[in-house]
Design a protein. Structure first.
Length: 144
């Protein structure tokens, strides 16, 4: 387990990029943290590391955003709005995992029982210091 302190959104995205550079095809990353913690900011760093161009948006309303990367594809899933966590299977989780890219699931703790064994876990927590922008990022399952 690695723990990092990020003082700004720029640092959170930078850590995501450093983390993303170590991912390989088929990796499943479960992102957790409260609303506004920086999950999508961290995910945008991952996408940049994988060679995805353009602005990365939260998939909260569409559930899945797919990005073609120069290095690897990036599948960004948000399960916050699922009524039943088992719905992640219906949206094609298995196909995404077998698709040769990286799958990042925001609110991933909700679907832990539906992902392959030993996913990479990232917890992003807002800190009481740093004027509201500081975050503690805990990564389990991948050395950064």
């Amino acid at each position: 387990m690695d723990v990092f302190r990020c003082n700004t959104p720029h640092e959170t995205k930078g850590l995501g990029k450093e983390f993303g550079a170590k991912l390989k095809a088929g990796d499943v990353v479960l992102l957790d943290g409260s609303l506004g913690a920086g999950k999508t900011v961290f995910a945008s760093g991952i996408a940049e590391a994988l060679g995805c161009d353009g602005y990365i948006t939260s998939p909260t309303y569409c559930l899945v955003n797919e990005y073609r990367g120069k290095i690897m594809d990036f599948i960004h899933i948000d399960v916050y709005r699922l009524d039943d966590p088992a719905e992640i299977i219906e949206i094609g989780l298995g196909e995404y995992i077998d698709g040769g890219g990286v799958v990042v699931i925001e609110w991933g703790g909700m679907v832990l029982q539906y992902v392959p064994a030993n996913p990479i876990k990232v917890m992003i927590e807002q800190c009481s210091y740093g004027g509201g922008e500081a975050r503690t990022v805990t990564i389990t399952g991948l050395d950064v």
